[in-house]
Structures are given as structure tokens and as C-alpha cells.
Design a protein around this ligand. Structure first.
Ligand SMILES: Nc1ncnc2c1ncn2[C@@H]1O[C@H](COP(=O)(O)OP(=O)(O)OP(=O)(O)O)[C@@H](O)[C@H]1O
Length: 364
């Protein structure tokens, strides 16, 4: 089992509206280095609030009421270097505007973070410590650390590309801002390499955002989020605006890149079958709490919590008879060919141990 890269302890977030919304309640979990942790749960259960809270990207009326997110830095001495201000564009999505460092007030709303104004360049390095309490960082340290240590891809992030700036200039700006000592040639080479990693031809660097399809733009965003080799990528429905086939292609691509590059991912998507396919573990949230956390295989085969069973049963494709993808053989199990979200499970076993064709589990 790999070492943790993030430990979230007793995390709580309220929205101070009337009545108060307890959006995240006493959430604790560990993200292991290099793993994909899927966050599942119905709309409004607190997934985004948790994700944004971890990296302090919320703003009032959200208030972090308890807990902390401890980042275990693998390269505490390689702090982001100071940089000169940059003007061509901003690192989209992952770099929020200047903000106070209060541990208790959240800073940038999910909806506005991806369209944040140009961010000042990071001015100070992270503390040279292996364990960094994200809530203790100053605004400057947060700006330096986001994107560099933990990057985020938000829903609709592709829309935050500046329409009048070429992909090359926007891309290079990430390096100009965060790696000011990198030579121009090196920057250009890295930008092209990164684009190709996500399946976009490097000649597209010359393009403007409107010349790219939605899928390509989102791939560009993902490439940018990978640019500084973050140790964690938080992806909140990164493909929602795209059609299903493109969504799945991109999410599988993220899984492949994780295999290559070793970053850990917190992935939020409503596509539960795909989440089961590409996640190592899945945390199931309900009413702001994690009600179950386990290996994807276990969550699928032997969900312990009634709500998990209900969630699985709410996907007809998980219990129906169409489609085919195989997660892997199940040792000694009734299922010979592995799990088939999107279709029947060979052997007729469905989530929760029911028999294929059974009525959904009643979680009421
Ligand atoms: N700005 C806000 N003011 C008040 N309540 C809010 C605000 N933003 C979110 N909430 C509430 O907080 C709770 C958690 O919302 P959140 O967006 O985190 O859920 P989610 O699981 O990410 O939902 P979805 O899957 O639809 O994105 C919900 O009850 C939501 O209505």
C-alpha cells in the first residue's frame, strides 16, 4: 500500500445561509500517492464543497467549521520559485485570485474559480516541510502550491481559456509564472509534449480556443493542470459539458496518465460505472458525510452501506444486460469474467450480491 499524499481529518463546511447548510460533515479520508479516489454521491451531497474546501477555494457564505487537509509533500525542498508577473494569460482554473489565508473562511466559489481574474505570480515558496497543513498557508503560499503541488480541473474549465490568446501563449504562461528560469525553447518543447500526452497534436499550440472542439479544449486544460507535475489532481466533473463518448475517452486518458506519471487523483463524476472502472477506491457521500469508503471492487461487489446499494442500483446499466467492460477476474467469486458496469455481470451477480434482474435494493 503506497504512502498517503493527503490526509483529510474531520473536515466540516457550512454554508451560512438561513437555515445553515451543513454541506460537509466530519469527513476524514486518506488519499494515497498515485491512486485514483472516486467521490460518488447524488447531487447536493457535498462533493464539490469538499473538493474546493480541501484546497481553500471556497468563499462566503461557505465556512470551514472543522478539520484540516494535510498535504504530504514528496519534494518539500523543491518549492516553486519566485516568479515575475505574467501578462499573456493566467493559469486557468487552478490559480485563484489573491485571497486571505484565513483557515476558517472559504475563498473562491466553485463557479467563479475557473473564471478567476489573472492571478499574481507565486511570490513565496511553500514551507520546507514534508507535511503541509493547507489551511495554515498564506495567500501567497497557496497560490504557489495550487497548480504546482495540487492542481484542479473544474467542470467547464475549458471555458476559462482566454479566447483572444493562443493556446501556446496560455500554456507557456503557466511555465513563465511558475518556472521563470525555464528557457523559451524548453517551455515550447514542454508545451508540445504535454499536448501530445493528452492526445492533441502539438501544432494546435498555434490555435485559438474557438478553433478547438470542446473535447480538445478540455484536454488542453488537463494538460495544463499536469504541466507542473502536481502530486494531486482534483477533478470535479471535468468532462460534464462533453458528449458521453468524449467524456469517457478523456477520463480513461486521465487513468492512463496517472499510470504513467504517478499523480493521485480525486475524481468527481456522476458517471458511476466509469468511476467504478477507473478508480482504485471510492468514497460514497451522503448528506455531507462519507458513508462508505472502499476499494472500487468491494464497493461494487459487496457494498456495505444501504445507500451505496441504492446508488449502484440507480444505474440500470450496472444491473442491466447491455455493454461490456471487464475490471478483472474475481478470485474465487461467482463472477468469472469480472465486473461489467454498463452491462450484466457474467455469472449473474449484481452489486450487493443480489441476483441479476432483482429489484433494486431498497435503501429507504
Ligand atoms: N453558495 C451556497 N450557498 C448555500 N448553500 C450552498 C451553496 N453552495 C452549495 N450549497 C449547498 O451545499 C450542499 C452541497 O453542495 P455541493 O455543490 O457541494 O454538492 P455536490 O455533491 O457537489 O452536488 P453536484 O453533484 O450537483 O455538483 C447542497 O445542499 C447545496 O445546495
Amino acid at each position: 500500500m503506497s504512502r498517503p499524499v493527503l490526509t483529510v481529518e474531520n473536515f466540516g463546511v457550512d454554508y451560512l445561509v438561513d437555515p445553515v447548510v451543513h454541506a460537509v460533515r466530519d469527513v476524514s479520508f486518506t488519499l494515497r500517492r498515485g491512486e485514483i479516489l472516486g467521490l460518488a454521491g447524488e447531487s447536493g451531497c457535498g462533493k464539490s464543497t469538499l473538493a474546493y474546501g480541501i484546497v481553500r477555494l471556497l468563499k462566503p457564505p461557505a465556512v470551514i467549521t472543522s478539520g484540516r487537509a494535510l498535504f504530504h509533500d514528496a519534494r518539500p525542498d523543491a518549492s516553486p520559485s519566485a516568479a515575475s508577473p505574467s501578462s499573456a494569460s493566467r493559469p486557468p482554473a487552478a490559480s485563484p485570485p489573491a485571497s486571505p489565508s484565513s483557515a476558517s473562511s472559504a475563498l473562491v466559489s466553485p463557479s467563479s474559480a475557473s473564471s478567476a481574474p489573472a492571478s499574481p505570480s507565486p511570490a513565496s515558496p511553500l514551507p520546507a516541510s514534508r507535511d503541509v497543513d493547507w489551511g495554515e498557508l498564506s495567500a501567497e503560499e497557496l497560490r504557489a502550491a495550487r497548480w504546482d503541488r495540487i492542481s484542479m480541473v473544474f467542470q467547464g474549465a475549458m471555458n476559462s481559456l482566454n479566447p483572444v490568446v493562443s493556446i501556446r501563449d496560455q500554456f507557456e504562461d503557466v511555465f513563465v509564472t511558475h518556472r521563470p528560469r525555464m528557457s523559451r525553447d524548453e517551455r515550447r518543447r514542454r508545451c508540445g509534449d504535454l499536448l501530445e500526452r493528452v492526445g492533441v497534436d502539438r501544432t494546435r499550440l498555434r490555435s485559438y480556443p474557438h478553433e478547438l472542439s470542446g473535447g480538445m479544449r478540455q484536454r488542453v486544460m488537463i494538460a495544463m493542470a499536469m504541466a507542473l507535475e502536481p502530486q494531486i489532481m482534483i477533478m470535479d466533473e471535468p468532462t460534464t459539458a462533453l458528449d458521453v463518448v468524449v467524456q469517457r475517452d478523456i477520463l480513461r486518458e486521465i487513468s492512463r496518465l496517472r499510470d504513467e506519471l504517478g499523480f493521485a487523483v480525486i475524481l468527481i463524476t456522476h458517471d458511476l460505472p466509469l468511476l467504478l472502472e477507473i478508480s482504485d477506491r471510492i468514497a460514497v457521500m451522503r448528506h455531507g458525510e462519507i458513508v462508505e469508503l472502499g476499494d472500487a471492487e468491494q464497493i461494487y461487489r459487496t457494498p456495505r452501506h444501504q445507500y451505496t446499494r441504492k446508488l449502484l442500483a440507480s444505474f440500470p446499466s450496472l444491473t442491466g444486460t447491455r455493454g461490456a467492460f471487464v475490471r478483472g477476474a474475481v478470485p474465487g467469486g461467482a463472477v468469472s469474467g469480472g465486473v461489467v458496469p454498463g452491462g450484466a455481470v457474467p455469472g449473474g451477480v449484481v452489486p450487493g450480491g443480489a441476483v441479476s434482474g432483482d429489484a433494486p435494493v431498497d435503501a429507504s
